[in-house]
Design a protein around this ligand. Structure first.
Ligand code: PLP
Length: 392
């Protein structure tokens, strides 16, 4: 037996364990201080009523002989694929049912999709970004090239930022971005689509945070851009949209225009995946009903209010940042030229606020810091008043 030695090339990620260790140490030395966590990447509001009602109903169906369901279609039940199709239609994107694949979340499919690509493909990943893109490629033995996201391009790297001589076959784009919260506009995305078409590359577009976009002019799906169906696969998730981080459901769009890829993905899924539970798919279907959309809209509005509060406070304090408008994430430049971890310690010790050091998301994250709006309103208000005391 020989192991996959590519795993030895993975960077050890100490980010969240180091944060937990530092916070726990601080709390045990300062038991009287209230620590506020604005670093969490998980939702905190519960599932909405439309979803829990659908879950209960589906559970009951599973206990009755005539409505019991066993194995379902690997690509997802038609009732949910139709709901996803209808959702896209609202944004003027027409999809065929067999281009929609129901998944147990975006993370799995972002990794699984790599089964379809040859090992010698060149991969282009923005830096900083959600670490899964890099790690899944390293596990497969693929070399990863980076395109710099930084203050100069407002953390939205464009085709002109790609290093000369690099010709990517696979291009990752995450918009709204984790960790920066930056969102591409249509023009910027169009230039990536044109670039991919010209170079015969595929774009892997991660739209896990699309529901946070409230400006109608900003694209929520890459398929709002002409030509994207000829070059892009899109990954989306109900995790942040509808609080499904623990319930697990998402969807992946593989257009038929992408030649063999759609058929290959069907083959891959029918071989290695047995579908998302019926009860979860019924819950997901409820998200797309009018009632579901209204209820999840209220939850998203709650998080976005927190994000606005954070962004407004940073503005008042003169701290440079992006995100927070169409995203649950706020990405700030550490005040006084502090390094990411230095700022982490400073904030913990002086304001008892916990965030995530940007250096943990890539080389260009050094000197930056991520705050999230997934905390409670009360805690966010309190944390921001502590910010003002320190920085205003
Ligand atoms: N994509 C991005 C950019 C994320 O930030 C996350 C989760 O934090 C995911 C995908 C994973 O989503 P899911 O819970 O659907 O696996």
């Amino acid at each position: 037996m020989n192991i996959n030695t590519n795993y030895e090339n993975l960077e050890q990620s100490y980010l969240f364990s180091t944060i937990a260790k530092k916070v726990n140490e601080y709390i045990s030395n300062n038991p009287d201080k209230k620590v506020i966590r604005l670093g969490i990447g998980d939702v905190t509001l519960p599932l909405c009523k439309a979803v829990t009602e659908a879950l209960h109903k589906a559970v009951d169906e599973m206990g009755v002989q005539s409505t019991f369901r066993g194995y379902g279609p690997e690509q997802g039940y038609d009732f949910l694929r139709e709901a996803v199709q209808g959702y896209y239609k609202k944004h003027n994107v027409e999809l065929e049912l067999d281009e929609i694949f129901i998944s147990d979340g975006a993370k799995s499919d972002l990794g699984n999709i790599l089964d379809l690509f040859a090992k010698d493909n060149t991969v282009l990943v923005p830096d900083p970004v959600y670490p899964v893109y890099v790690d899944t490629n390293v596990m497969a033995g693929r070399e990863v090239k980076f395109v710099d996201a930084n203050g100069d391009n407002e953390f939205l790297p464009g085709v002109n930022d790609v290093e000369k001589g690099v010709f990517p076959d696979i291009i990752y784009i995450c918009s709204p971005n984790n960790p920066t919260g930056a969102v591409y506009n249509k023009e910027q995305l169009k230039s990536w689509v044109d670039y991919a078409l010209e170079n015969k590359s595929v774009i892997l577009f991660d739209s896990a945070y699309e529901c946070f976009i409230s400006d109608k002019n900003l694209p929520r799906s890459i398929y709002e851009i002409e030509g994207a169906k000829d070059c892009a696969i899109e990954f989306c998730s109900l995790s942040k949209t509808a609080g499904f981080t623990g319930t697990r459901c998402g969807y992946t769009i593989v257009p038929k225009n992408l030649g063999k890829l759609n058929k290959m993905w069907v083959r891959r899924q029918t071989t290695k995946f047995n579908g998302v539970p019926y009860i979860v798919q019924r819950a997901a279907e409820a998200v797309f009903t009018d009632e579901g959309q209204k209820e999840i809209g209220e939850n998203i509005a709650y998080y976005k209010e927190n994000a606005k509060l954070i962004s407004d406070t940073l503005k008042e304090c003169g701290i440079w940042h992006v995100g927070g408008k169409h995203s649950p994430y706020i990405w700030l430049r550490c005040p006084n030229n502090m390094k990411s971890w230095e700022f982490f310690d400073y904030l913990l010790n002086n304001a008892q606020v916990v965030g995530t050091p940007g250096a943990g998301f890539g080389r260009n994250g050094e000197g930056y810091f991520r705050l999230t709006s997934f905390g409670s309103k009360e805690n966010t208000i309190e944390a921001m008043s502590r910010f003002k005391k320190l920085f205003k």
